[in-house]
Design a protein around this ligand. Structure first.
Ligand SMILES: Cc1cc2nc3c(=O)[nH]c(=O)nc-3n(C[C@H](O)[C@H](O)[C@H](O)COP(=O)(O)OP(=O)(O)OC[C@H]3O[C@@H](n4cnc5c(N)ncnc54)[C@H](O)[C@@H]3O)c2cc1C
Length: 379
């Protein structure tokens, strides 16, 4: 891996990708395999904390396509065989992946997974300029002039094409004139807690009148716990612990399986966790991938899979574009839109199936927001 202020680094690339999350790396891996020169600019010096670890079975085809299936067979990642949920009624229902043609899913050690992705990109010839913060981009003749800042200096590098893989904030696309719309107001609280008795390898979901809970093992003796609610429900910082304990106490099943008292000693993070999208995932000589293009509600467990898939399709589209196929970016948009519409249908079905508290604030707001996302995005 390279530092940006290495004077031997070339200053001009065919493609500059900003962001070394799953979407940026998948784009870089695809471009490497197609022999297109590229670099990835990443502001952190090692993979930063990321929310979310559940990789459902249907991620396997894209992992295979990217040649990274072997990464998730590492024992640091846990196999998981199904979901347990209480949603729409009081039953604690088991859904096994045994019926899935792709078999089991994975509960990722997320930091380790991102590190594996960085290493694979570099091993396949990629240039990862870590510790380099993207500052701005401007058009100079037919090139993008990209200013990046490392701890030591600010430099300009050039490319024919830019890929925005900066995640939810979509920094590059917005700087190049695109608009990012937040389509709802859901936020997620996230923390990990130690457990003495390992939980079965499954994802547990339970809805309550103020939102929904997610619990999954991330290691033998550690659980990832999240609570999703709307922005209006979020209390001041100093009340997070009591708020979360109160909401957890409303569960019927989860509270019988685990205790979350350790939240008092945990780092509680909070992040927007709803649906958002760019008005268009491409423009003149740029594309957006992963969360920069579309954010998916975590109930879908689609974020990482979609980030990897969009990176793969973006790499293919860029190659076709360089070969003179004018429709390449439009085709990329079409693929993304199709996935988004299928997601919206599932999202609407999921939230509408919870009718126990449809007059309470969270569910009323949630169902209205999703109805309006659906109506405004129907194609
Ligand atoms: C609460 C929550 C729970 C989730 N749970 C799941 C789950 O269980 N399963 C799942 O599949 N998905 C889940 N997700 C979604 C998933 O984490 C994201 O969809 C995924 O990380 C998107 O990948 P990405 O590469 O597009 O963006 P990111 O992973 O966000 O990567 C963006 C990268 O860009 C870099 N960057 C940003 N700005 C700059 C800059 N100026 N200069 C240089 N670099 C920059 C960042 O450092 C980062 O490395 C969850 C999300 C949330 C919020």
């Amino acid at each position: 891996m390279d530092e940006v202020n290495d004077r031997d680094q070339p200053q001009k690339w065919k493609v500059i990708i900003v962001g070394a999350g799953p979407a940026g790396i998948a784009t870089g891996l695809t471009l490497n395999s197609l022999g297109i020169s590229n670099c990835i600019i990443e502001s952190h010096t090692s993979p930063p904390f990321k929310f979310g670890e559940a990789l459902p079975p249907n991620a396997k085809p894209i992992l295979h396509q990217l040649g990274i299936e072997k990464l998730i067979r590492d024992p640091r990642h846990l196999n998981y065989f199904g979901n347990k949920s209480c949603w729409g009624n009081e039953n604690w229902e088991q859904k096994e992946f045994i019926t899935s043609i792709h078999g089991h899913g994975y509960l990722l050690d997320r930091f380790y997974f991102e590190k594996q992705l960085w290493e694979t990109y570099v091993k396949t010839g990629g240039n990862l300029l870590y510790g380099s913060r993207f500052q701005q981009v401007e058009q100079v003749n037919t090139l993008h002039k990209v200013s990046i800042r490392s701890t030591r200096e600010e430099v300009d590098i050039f490319s024919d094409m830019m890929v925005d893989a900066t995640g939810r904030k979509a920094l590059v696309a917005r700087m190049l004139g695109a608009e990012k719309y937040n389509l709802d107001s859901q936020f997620g609280f996230s923390f990990t807690i130690p457990v003495e008795i390992p939980l079965a390898k499954q994802v547990c979901i339970e809805s309550v009148e103020t939102g929904w809970w997610y619990v999954s093992p991330v290691r033998e003796n550690e659980l990832s716990v999240m609570f999703f609610t709307t922005k209006e429900m979020i209390p001041p910082n100093h009340q997070f612990t009591s708020f979360l304990l109160t909401q957890f106490n409303k569960t019927l099943h989860l509270k019988k399986i685990i205790q979350i008292d350790e939240v008092r000693h945990a780092i509680v993070r909070i992040k927007p966790s709803g649906t958002s999208r760019l008005n268009c995932p491409y423009g003149t000589n740029w594309l957006a991938v992963g969360d920069a293009a579309i954010n998916y509600d975590p109930i879908s467990s689609f974020g990482i899979t979609s980030a990897l898939a969009s990176g793969y399709y973006a790499g293919q589209a860029i190659s076709s574009h360089f070969e003179g196929r004018k429709e390449a970016f439009y085709a990329y948009r079409y693929v993304l839109e199709n996935g988004f519409m299928a997601y919206l249908k599932k999202l609407q079905f999921q939230y509408n199936s919870e009718k126990r508290w449809e007059h309470n604030d969270y569910w009323k707001v949630r169902q209205q927001e999703i109805r309006s996302i659906f109506e405004n995005n129907e194609v």
